[in-house]
Design a protein around this ligand. Structure first.
Ligand code: CP3
Length: 346
């Protein structure tokens, strides 16, 4: 099979796929013993920054499961190191930024690096994975964080459940906020294009924390940078660009008008509601990852309800509403994939 017949790329390009494509966010990760084995000997950053390791980890789930795509192993945060952000992934705590942005001068000091200098390892890992998978007709997905979600880590210094510091900065330092968003957009566009050049056949923008803003705040502080990011990307590439957001039901009337090609949604919103707003754009989602830990009968019901909602949607990619978590099992993932395939063929 060649990439031209890839069911995933067919759906992203609004063509008719040979079957409903499936991939899962965080399909490479701690729920896989072979991933934990690599991570036991290598830190998160070392795994990301060593092309062979990143490629190996990306390929692990493809060896076990019948997925229709591979997302390159990296994180949304490591590219920020090249801008001057010092960070690490702390065991059991998550990402930590040691020099968070506090003042406008901190934004002025941020660099906009050339991705071939700042993230050569991810580009090389993409080439390695693409050369192995593309001949089998399996595409590689590149990705980046969205400007808002990245700003939240840069300002909060790590994960936050209130975004208090981010809101304070966003409200009181309008010029610096715009400058920060502008710098991120410029860098992210270059980063996504470099990933495409390295062999990515689609790219996904992760906006995990966007659900923290009101619709009016979205219009003022978030939407302009997303609009610009997609428009600039599309000037140089026609590769499909996907927008993933969570807890974003109240924002979806606005999100659905953004120039992204595909929208990936979480389980808090029905696919049918997203479809009524995004009209004929392909949709991706939206099984609750916790359903993978449910008794098999319930997991089947949860999958059936996603497929029922997807019935009237001409272009649908089966995915989770968020990433696979470490407490889930490889068995539940393969059971879920089998369920989707068999329910579809009935
Ligand atoms: O989807 C994939 O398989 C590709 C790899 C990928 C990772 N992170 C690997 C990772 C992707 C696409 C991401 C995106 C990411 N990273 C997001 C957006 C999507 C989302 O999940 O909301 C966010 C917000 C981050 C930031 C981040 N990275 C957090 C909050 C954490 C800690 C939480 C956790 O799961 O441990 C990470 C670490 C991280 N990124 C891990 C992985 C596999 C776990 C690292 C480990 O201990 O092995």
């Amino acid at each position: 099979m060649s990439l031209a017949q890839s069911p995933l790329l067919s759906v992203y390009k609004k063509q008719t796929p040979t079957r409903r494509p499936i991939w899962f966010m965080r399909q490479a990760g701690r729920y896989l013993p072979e991933y934990r084995e690599i991570r036991a000997k290598n830190s998160m950053l070392k795994t990301i920054q060593t092309p062979k390791l990143a490629a190996e980890v990306t390929l692990q789930p493809l060896r076990r499961f019948d997925f229709d795509g591979a997302i390159i192993f990296a994180d949304i945060l490591n590219p920020l190191i090249g801008m001057g952000i010092n960070l690490d992934f702390v065991e059991k705590e998550g990402p930590k930024i040691f020099n968070p942005i506090q003042f406008p001068a901190d934004v002025s000091a941020l660099k906009i690096p050339d991705p071939t200098q700042s993230v050569p390892y991810t580009l090389e890992a993409i080439s390695l994975v693409a050369s192995e998978l593309n001949p089998k007709g399996i595409p590689v997905l590149g990705f980046c964080g969205a400007p808002f979600t990245l700003a939240s880590y840069m300002i909060e210094g790590g994960g936050s459940h209130s975004l208090t510091k981010l809101k304070r900065f966003m409200f009181s330092e309008k010029d610096a906020w715009n400058d920060l968003q502008g710098k991120l957009v410029e860098y992210l566009v270059r980063y996504l294009l470099a990933q495409v050049q390295a062999g990515a056949s689609a790219v996904q923008v992760f906006d995990t924390w966007v659900g923290y803003v009101s619709p009016d705040q979205f219009a003022k502080y978030v939407q302009p940078s997303l609009d610009l990011l997609v428009k600039e990307f599309k000037q140089y590439s026609d590769v499909p660009i996907i927008y993933f957001s969570t807890s974003s039901r109240g924002l979806f009337p606005q999100i659905s008008k953004l120039p992204f090609d595909v929208f990936s949604i979480d389980w808090r919103m029905k696919l049918t509601d997203a479809a009524s707003l995004s009209v004929d754009k392909p949709l991706q989602g939206n099984l609750d990852p916790e359903a993978l830990a449910a008794p098999k009968e319930i997991l089947k019901e949860e999958i059936q309800s996603v497929l029922n909602d997807a019935k009237g949607i001409p272009h649908h990619v089966f995915n989770l509403g968020h990433g696979i978590l470490p407490h889930l099992t490889p068995e539940s993932v393969s059971f879920a994939i089998d369920c989707v395939r068999s329910m579809d063929s009935r």
